[in-house]
Design a protein around this ligand. Structure first.
Ligand code: BGC
Length: 349
C-alpha cells in the first residue's frame, strides 16, 4: 500500500512510498485511512526540525490528525466494521512514569512517550493502518470528514481542561477569553469559548478573508491591530495563545485582568531573543495571582470532549475550517502554505 513518509533528519525527503500492508494483531483494529489533517508539526517534520523514525527505521509514516473507517475489529470489542474512528496520537512511555501509568500520557514526565506520525511510531498517512482498540476513538458518523478535526480539537479540549483546573483553585467565574491566532487551533479554542458562553475575542494579523469572517460568524470579536489595541477594549480573564510567536506570547502574559490564566499552546521555534521587562511581567503575575500554563497533546477524555464539541457546533461553520482537500496523488500541494488556508486535509482513498 502507499504511505506518505519522510526520512527523519533529512530535509524535504517527503515521498509517497510503498510499504507492506499492515496486519492487525490481537486487540487491534484494521482501519482504512480516509483522511489526515496537515499541521505545522508536519511541516516541521518535513523540514527535519522535528520527528523521529521508529526504532531501527530511517523513514517515518507521517500524519497524526487521522480519520478512518474500521475494516475489521476484534469480536469482543466495542467496534464494528464500518465505524468511523480517529487514532490517538500519543502512547505512554514504556517504563511508565507515574502520569503515563495513570492514563495521563499527555502529561508524561520522562519524555519517553511516543507519538504516531511524530515521534518513534508510524502515523496515519497511509491507505490502511492498525490501532489497538484502547487508542481508537469512535466518532459520530454524522460528522463525516469533519471528524478529521477531532485530534486538533482534542488539544484545545485539554487546554480548556487545564484552564478549568488552574482557575478552580479559587473562586473562578471567567467572562472573557482572548485567543491569539486564527488558525485551526485558535478557531477551535474560540469555538469552545463560545460554547461555554464566554465573550470571545480573537487576535490575528490578517485584515480580510475567511478568518475574520469565521470569527464574526461565531459571534466573537475579531482584532487585527495588535495586542495593545485589544487591551483598549478588553482585559481578558483567560488567554489561549495559539501563535507561538514570541512577541505575542510575551504580550499575552500582561493583558489579563487579575487572576488571569494564560494557556500557551503554540510550539515556537527557539532562537529568537528579545528584550522584555521581566520585572514588570513578574510584578503583574505575582500581584494578580496570574498563571501561565503550557499545554500539549491530549488524553482519551479530551478526544471524547473534542468529538462532542464538533458534533454540537454548526456543521457549516466547522466545514469552513477545511480550506482545501488534496487527493493523496497531489500530496505536495497539501504541504504548501497558502494565504487564507485554515486546515488542509489530505484525502487518502
Ligand atoms: C500534535 C500533538 C503533539 C504535539 C507535539 C501537535 O501537532 O497535535 O498531539 O503532542 O504536536 O509533538
Amino acid at each position: 500500500m502507499r504511505a506518505l513518509t519522510v526520512e527523519t533528519g533529512r530535509p524535504d525527503s517527503l515521498a509517497m512510498t510503498e510499504v507492506p500492508d499492515p496486519v492487525a494483531g490481537p486487540g487491534e483494529l484494521l482501519v482504512e485511512g480516509l483522511a489526515v489533517g496537515v499541521c505545522a508539526t508536519d511541516r516541521e517534520i518535513i523540514a527535519a526540525e522535528y520527528g523521529e523514525a521508529p526504532p531501527g527505521e530511517h523513514r517515518l509514516v507521517i500524519g497524526h490528525e487521522s480519520l478512518g473507517r474500521v475494516v475489521s475489529a476484534p469480536d469482543d470489542s466495542d467496534f464494528a466494521s464500518g465505524d468511523h474512528v480517529v487514532g490517538v496520537v500519543r502512547r505512554p512511555d514504556p517504563e511508565p512514569c507515574g502520569a503515563c501509568a495513570r492514563g495521563l500520557f499527555d502529561m508524561c514526565r520522562n519524555g519517553r512517550y511516543t507519538e504516531r506520525g511524530i515521534k518513534g511510531v508510524d502515523g496515519f498517512a497511509s491507505q490502511r493502518w492498525t490501532v489497538p482498540t484502547e487508542y481508537a476513538v469512535k466518532v459520530p458518523e454524522g460528522l463525516g470528514e469533519l471528524a478529521v478535526l477531532v485530534e486538533p480539537a482534542s488539544v484545545l479540549a485539554k487546554a480548556w481542561d487545564q484552564i478549568d483546573a488552574v482557575g478552580n483553585r479559587s473562586w473562578f467565574a471567567p467572562k472573557t477569553v482572548l485567543v491569539t491566532g486564527a488558525g485551526p487551533i485558535g478557531l477551535l479554542g474560540a469555538l469552545m469559548g463560545v460554547q461555554r458562553g464566554l465573550e470571545v475575542h480573537v487576535l490575528d494579523q490578517v485584515t480580510e478573508g475567511v478568518k475574520p469572517q469565521l470569527v464574526a460568524d461565531l459571534g466573537a470579536v475579531y482584532h487585527h491591530r495588535g495586542m495593545s489595541a485589544v487591551a483598549d477594549h478588553v482585559e481578558p480573564d483567560i488567554v489561549i495563545e495559539a501563535t507561538g510567536a514570541p512577541s505575542v506570547v510575551g504580550e499575552s502574559m500582561t493583558i489579563t485582568g487579575p487572576y488571569g490564566v494564560v494557556c500557551v499552546t503554540g510550539v515556537s521555534t527557539p532562537g529568537s531573543t528579545m528584550r522584555v521587562d521581566m520585572g514588570a511581567i513578574n510584578r503583574e503575575i505575582v500581584l494578580d495571582n496570574d498563571v501561565v500554563i503550557g499545554s500539549v497533546n491530549a488524553n482519551l477524555d479530551h478526544y471524547a470532549v473534542a468529538a462532542r464539541v464538533l458534533a454540537d457546533a454548526d456543521p457549516d461553520w466547522v466545514s469552513r475550517l477545511i480550506s482545501r482537500r488534496v487527493p493523496i496523488d497531489d500530496y505536495p500541494e497539501a504541504f504548501q502554505e497558502r494565504a487564507d488556508d485554515v486546515k488542509v486535509v489530505l484525502t487518502l482513498q
